[in-house]
Write a protein that binds this ligand. Structure first.
Ligand code: FAD
Ligand code: NAP
Ligand code: SF4
Length: 677
């Protein structure tokens, strides 16, 4: 089959009447942290320009508030004056010069705004913000509508091709739509007509102000996933009115930020929510856009070919690979660097007030500072270790024109990712390994598998990069050599199996992953979308308002204890946007989480533990397996001998630092080094 046939729906243009989008891919709105200060707009422009060159039809910016009370953070991104609009010109011009189109997202935080001046339909504090909002008087609602219209007009003046009006995810407009947050008794609350009035007025007045040749995307919440959310008939009523009010496109929104249902993380099956966009498509005549966990051209094409949507929105996949569309269009889909849904460098950064990036592509949002430029002085470089650090370093060095030899002691590329990919819900890690394998091939890196590199054979190179990773930490507990004690590597690499009653020592990321592996009995079977939705209790909003059903988990029959010595709550160090899902998942499987533990000894009876300095409340956990997930130590035996022999050598990844090391740091450090050599 020819390439163009392969993704023919994805690559076909979409005629909007007054303008044509060159394909069906929309880069969804993602806050990057570069929107808040105009001094960063040159970086933002280059970040968008790279995506425009990469072929995406329409980019939606991160959210800009229409006024100060709508800002997500104090003095955060906002478009409310001519002066501010003028600063956007550089962004829109750069995108247009690179063949793209761009719409500005108007995002009013409402009660999600992290500031005491935040406003909402009613004074009801959100569970994810410390500030109770000010309930708006009726004239105040009118003022907010006018501010949306002003922001859209300013966006048009600034050269944007359109705006996206953010009506989902639990932000301001969504707060008016649902009784969960709208307790008003005036014309903006109560009946469906009243609750939807503000959203419809915003679109109607915006259309009147911007004229007909300007894209208006309305992001509509199709599954609120909170109590007292919208029913399907509410949503259809709103969608039809929004269409009549003049919207060009309807984009899908899934789940309020406060919803306790996963919607975008890696364990959510790909394309899990396109069925609800399909339902909407049957009700309206303007094009609709599907979103969430669409991360490969095959998934995008499947959704479009099945008629579930007219366009697909992908946000994080364009952080991971700006060339997603060009690669799809030119028969190079196997070269796409796939978003693995980890949130580690994108959303988790935003919550920490750091500029977003991407675990698999550290250049994202750092395009100016991290350019891949050809080297003027090609060297012979050895990279030792083909884990994420070694792979990122070797491929980047080779892309720049160095001659690279990659040594790997084991039989396969990937290092610890070969264990990570076996964890249920983490199958996306296979994609990263596929990507790197293809990059090694493209850039002609000589790969030596089953080859533990020695100091002597490395002496001939101009430069050596040691990326030999880590070994599991040896813990000093009496009985740790008994046959029923194993490290996570023994379990995940299949050298040992666990019994039915298990104690897991160490509750870091790997302790949690090992528990996931155990509760699923090591099965790698990915649940179908229907099974996954049922497990989490996500249903059609025609069946239950907001799509909130009852979860149907099949608890594991293993008895598992997850333990740590610290007295802090278990899982505290996990990612902000993913940790709660891991904790909830294990709780549902009855994993007992115990902190503040002393490990006294292990014997045939099980694991003996006690608590505190004085070893109080001693008890025996009667387990038949003990799994050690107690962190790692660097493996860097090559480094000093090479240095001693005068070889130019660098140390990266786990070999450089084992504590708090994760793949994000490993790949970032490796890439930065490779760009310098
Ligand atoms: P490694 O991955 O350890 O690779 C080092 C490689 O060097 C190995 O392949 C080894 O065989 C090879 N080697 C060693 N000595 C030699 C030698 N002398 N010659 C040749 N080759 C040699 N991180 C995240 O960020 N997010 C996650 O979700 C995540 N999940 C994980 C889940 C599990 C189950 C595990 C085990 C880890 C997970 N990690 C995760 C951690 C992540 O995998 C590591 O941080 C990362 O792999 C470190 O990369 P590295 O290249 O430095 O080392
Ligand atoms: P980790 O996060 O450092 O956790 C190690 C655990 O072992 C801690 O719970 C620690 O808690 C315990 N521990 C440390 N020393 C010990 C000792 N001597 N005896 C007994 N217990 C000890 O390391 P990890 O879980 O091995 O993960 C490695 C890296 O991979 C981390 O950076 C992690 O972020 C990353 N990773 C990430 C994910 C993800 O989903 N994002 C998943 C897996 C791994 P106490 O000291 O309190 O006992
Ligand atoms: Fe995707 Fe993870 Fe990159 Fe975010 S950090 S874009 S989730 S791969």
């Amino acid at each position: 089959m020819s390439t163009s046939n392969l993704f023919q729906h994805l690559l076909s243009p979409l005629d909007l009447g007054f303008t044509t989008l060159k394909n069906r891919a929309l880069m969804g709105s993602m806050h990057t942290g570069l929107e808040d200060h105009s001094r960063d707009f040159n970086k933002l422009a280059e970040y968008y320009a790279e995506r425009a060159r990469g072929g995406v039809a329409l980019i939606v910016t991160g959210g800009f508030a229409p006024n100060i009370e709508g800002c997500l953070t104090p003095f955060g991104s906002r478009l409310a004056s001519r002066g501010a609009a003028a600063k956007h010109r550089h962004i829109t011009d750069t995108v247009h010069q690179n063949g793209g189109k761009i719409a500005l997202q108007i995002l009013h935080g409402g009660r999600y705004s992290y500031a005491p001046i935040c406003v909402a339909p009613s004074r009801i504090k959100s569970p994810i913000s410390p500030f109770a909002p000010i309930g708006l008087p009726s004239w105040g609602v009118q003022r907010q509508i006018n501010c949306y219209v002003r922001a859209a007009t300013l966006a048009k003046d600034a050269g944007y091709d359109g705006v996206e009006i953010m009506g989902s995810e639990g932000y301001f407009i969504n707060q008016f739509l649902c009784e969960h947050t709208n307790k008003r008794t005036d014309k903006w609350g109560g009946s469906l007509e009243n609750r939807t009035r503000m959203a419809i007025e915003i679109v109607r007045k915006t259309r009147a102000a911007v004229g007909k040749d300007f894209i208006i995307i309305y992001r509509i919440s199709l599954l609120d996933l909170v109590p007292d959310g919208q029913t399907w008939s509410d949503i259809v009523y709103l969608a039809k009115k929004i269409e009549q009010a003049g919207a060009t496109l309807l984009n899908t929104g899934i789940g309020w930020h406060e919803a306790r249902k996963p919607t975008i993380v890696t364990s959510v099956p790909r394309g899990a929510f396109s069925w609800i966009t399909q339902k909407l498509k049957q009700e309206v005549s303007i094009p609709v856009i599907a979103t969430n966990r669409i991360n490969t051209p095959d998934v995008a094409e499947g959704i479009l070919a099945a008629g579930h949507a007219d366009m697909v929105s992908m946000a994080r996949p364009f952080l991971a690979d700006p060339e997603f569309i060009n690669k799809s269009a030119s028969g190079r889909a196997d070269e796409i660097n796939t978003c693995i849904g980890c949130n580690q460098a994108c959303l988790d950064h935003i919550f920490k007030r750091k500029v977003a990036s991407c675990l698999v592509n550290p250049r994202a949002c750092h395009e100016i500072e991290l350019k891949i430029e050809p080297t003027h002085a090609p060297k012979n470089i050895a990279v030792v270790g083909a884990g994420p650090a070694g792979l990122a370093c070797a491929t980047t060095l080779a892309a720049r024109g160095h001659k690279v030899e990659l040594y790997e002691a084991s039989a396969e590329l990937g290092g610890q990712f070969n264990m990570a990919k076996k964890i249920p819900g983490k199958a996306e890690f296979y994609e990263t390994l596929r990507y790197y394998a293809r990059q090694l091939e493209r850039h002609r890196v000589s790969v030596h598998l089953n080859h533990r590199a020695t100091v002597d054979e490395l002496l001939k190179f101009d430069h050596v990069v040691v990326a030999t990773g880590v070994v599991p930490r040896r813990v000093k507990i009496e009985g740790n050599k008994l046959p029923h004690v194993m490290s996570y590597t023994d379990l995940l690499q299949g050298r040992k199996t666990a019994g039915r009653r298990v104690a897991v020592i160490g509750a870091g990321g790997i302790g949690f992953d090992v528990c996931e592996f155990l509760v699923h009995d090591g099965s790698q079977e990915t649940p179908s979308v229907a099974q996954w939705l049922a497990e989490w209790g996500i249903v059609d909003p025609a069946v239950a308002a907001g799509g909130l059903g009852t979860p149907k988990f099949k608890a594991s029959d293993r008895e598992i204890f997850l333990l740590q010595r610290k007295s802090t709550s278990i899982g505290k160090g996990l990612g902000k946007t993913t940790g709660w899902i891991h904790r909830l998942n294990l709780k549902k499987h009855n994993v007992k989480m115990i902190s503040g533990v002393n490990y006294d000894k292990i014997d045939e009876q099980g694991l003996h533990i006690s608590f505190g300095e004085h070893k109080t409340s001693p008890q025996i956990l009667q387990v038949d397996s003990v799994i050690l997930c107690a962190g790692q130590e660097s493996l860097k035996e090559l480094y000093e001998p090479l240095q001693a022999k005068g070889v130019k050598v660098d140390l990266i990844g786990g070999a450089f630092l084992a504590a708090e090391l994760d793949a994000k740091m490993a790949i970032d450090q490796a890439t930065r080094l490779a760009l310098k050599l």
